[in-house]
Each structure stands twice: as structure tokens, then as C-alpha cells.
Design a protein around this ligand. Structure first.
Ligand SMILES: [Fe+2]
Ligand SMILES: [Fe+2]
Length: 325
């Protein structure tokens, strides 16, 4: 098997105490092979000499890692022979944190345009108020949409939300859905991620994220913002809460309620589509063109789709505005 040596960011670190002494389990982020390739996460394991090395290895810092690439449970893993901590500047560390290609200022402006375009005065008021909320303005452009599975990028929440809004805008007339509610639901569904996951290296969960979770945090923010909107109807606030609480679609996936309106079902499906397609795209393929997506336990054929060659023009104005620089 091939060997690998290079600088990497320590994304996660766990020390496991075993019968034969401690072992070190790491997720390391390496730079992509090509100049424009995104950083790649690799599971790395150190089985020997762990007690001596472990103290110097810290999450969010850089290391020089060396070892053999092996196949374990359908996944490429790095069996470390050596790992040394490196001193690095904040900028050097930042360059290893994967980030969205969506430019944050333009992306936030696009969300504001969607909110300005809502026709119901109460919902438009609310949409404009929440996009102008100081915390949302500060945190939404940087927040990742998830810790791993999909859009785990600085700016990933913004990219994921723009994908969802563009799809919602296109789908609303086809399925006779209430465009105002659908677009607001799509904007709000994951807004709690702003407070749930930190946007620094490793995208760790915050204390309030662990204690309360992104759905409750999103509901809380909506309630706060609704108080600032004169005479905001209680029924509409409940419908907005429902989008957030139902967006995982199933009780076993963490939603306390099932989607109860066609728009809430559409938010769940659109959210899922954006996430699932992203997760497939980030699978790294082996020489035979096949890669393994751990989350779904499915093999993915990379020989059949090259996103770089996709002509986005037929998708319409919404999609072009999400992705074009
Ligand atoms: Fe979610
Ligand atoms: Fe989402």
C-alpha cells in the first residue's frame, strides 16, 4: 500500500485505552492534491508509543504525519508511523479549514433578496428582521451546515441554504406550494447551526449545541425575532417553529414532530436532497472509480458524474446566482 507524508490539521482526537496500552484515533485534514482541490479528511491511527506522543497533539493545530495508507472497513486509513506537532500561524491553520466557494457578502445579499421578495407583509417583515439580526449577520455567513456528513465547510450553512432556497423557488409553483412559507422555512430550518457548531478548526459542538441542539436554538431565535415584528400572528410563528422542528422528517432522526404541512414536507425533502447530493460528491474514489459513503453504507460511482462539466444554465437564474462568482 502507498505511504503518505505531509502537513495536516488535527480535526478530531481520541485516545483509546486498550489491553495493549493506549491508541490514538485522529481525523486529519490534508490539503487537496491539486491547487483548487478541497482539503481531504483522513482517519489516522497510531498504535505504538502513544503515551509519549499524545500530549503534544492538539485539536485545531498542525502536525507532520507519516505512515502507510491501508484499507479498513472499505475506508482508506492512515496507519501512522510518526506524528510530530508543528508550530503554525493562525493563517496557516485557517488554510486547512475547508471553506465554501460561495462569497459570503453576496450570499447573504441573495438571502436578503429572497426575504424582500416575500409577498405576505408579516412574513416579509419577519424575514427581513431575522436576516438583519446582529447575531445572524455575524454567524450565518461562517457557520458550517454540519460537523461532517454534508456542507462541513466554513460558509457551508450559507451554501446549503442558498441551494435549498433556489430549489424551493423553482419547486413552489410546480407543486402549488405557498412560496412565502416555503422560502422562509428553508431559510430557517438550520439557522440554529449558527449557535450549535463552532466555525473554527474541527467544527466542534458548542455547549449550547450539545445541551439544546440546533432545532431548539432555531426556535428560540424565531420567537425572539417575532417579538420585534409588530403584531406578528401567533399562528404564523407556530408554522415557522414547525418548519424547524419537522425538518429531519422522522422522529428517529431527531425531529420531535413529523411534517404536518405540504410546505414542511417540501422543506424536509429539499434539505435532504441538498445534503445527500453533497455527501455523494465528497466521496473520494479509488482507482476503479468507486468510493464508499460511510453514513449511508453505500458505494458511490464517481465515473458517472463530473460536477465540473455540468452546465448549470438550464437550472435557471436562482442556481446561477448561487454559484457564479
Ligand atoms: Fe438539521
Ligand atoms: Fe439542512
Amino acid at each position: 500500500m502507498a505511504s503518505k507524508k505531509g502537513v495536516a490539521l488535527v480535526k478530531t482526537k481520541t485516545v483509546n485505552e486498550g489491553k495493549n496500552g493506549p491508541s490514538l484515533f485522529l481525523t486529519l485534514t490534508f490539503r487537496g492534491e491539486g491547487k483548487d482541490d478541497p482539503p481531504v479528511d483522513l482517519q489516522a491511527r497510531l498504535w505504538e508509543n502513544v503515551a509519549h506522543v499524545e500530549g503534544g497533539i492538539r485539536t485545531g493545530e498542525l502536525v507532520m504525519a507519516e505512515g502507510q495508507l491501508i484499507n479498513y472497513n472499505n475506508e482508506t486509513q492512515l496507519k501512522l508511523s510518526r506524528i510530530d506537532p508543528l508550530k503554525a500561524t493562525r493563517e496557516e491553520i485557517e488554510s486547512f479549514i475547508p471553506r465554501s466557494k460561495v462569497e459570503s457578502g453576496k450570499g447573504m445579499e441573495r438571502i436578503r433578496e429572497y426575504m424582500d421578495s416575500l409577498s405576505d407583509p408579516h412574513l416579509r417583515d419577519f424575514g427581513q428582521a431575522i436576516v438583519s439580526d446582529p447575531e445572524v449577520k455575524e454567524l450565518f455567513p461562517r457557520a458550517p451546515a454540519a460537523k461532517r456528513n454534508h456542507h462541513a465547510l466554513v460558509g457551508g450553512l450559507l451554501e446549503h441554504t442558498l441551494e435549498c432556497l433556489a430549489m424551493g423557488d423553482a419547486i413552489a409553483p410546480i407543486l402549488s406550494l405557498n412560496r412565502d412559507l416555503l422560502l422562509l422555512g428553508l431559510f430557517l430550518h438550520d439557522i440554529g447551526k449558527c449557535w450549535e457548531i463552532s466555525s473554527t478548526a474541527g467544527f466542534s459542538y458548542t455547549d449550547e449545541g450539545r445541551l439544546v441542539g440546533h432545532m431548539a436554538l432555531g426556535v428560540e431565535k424565531c420567537t425572539q425575532v417575532a417579538k420585534r415584528c409588530p403584531e406578528f400572528p401567533e399562528r404564523l410563528l407556530r408554522l415557522l417553529h414547525h418548519f424547524i422542528l419537522a425538518h429531519h422528517g422522522e422522529l428517529e432522526y431527531g425531529s420531535p414532530v413529523l411534517p404536518a404541512t405540504p410546505e414542511a414536507m417540501a422543506v424536509h425533502m429539499i434539505d435532504n436532497l441538498s445534503g445527500q447530493v453533497f455527501a455523494m460528491r465528497q466521496v473520494v474514489a479509488g482507482a476503479d472509480g468507486w468510493g464508499y459513503e460511510k453514513n449511508r453504507g453505500a458505494f458511490i460511482y464517481k465515473g458517472g458524474s463530473d460536477p465540473a462539466k455540468v452546465d448549470r444554465t438550464p437550472l435557471g437564474e436562482g442556481a446561477r446566482r448561487v454559484f457564479d462568482p
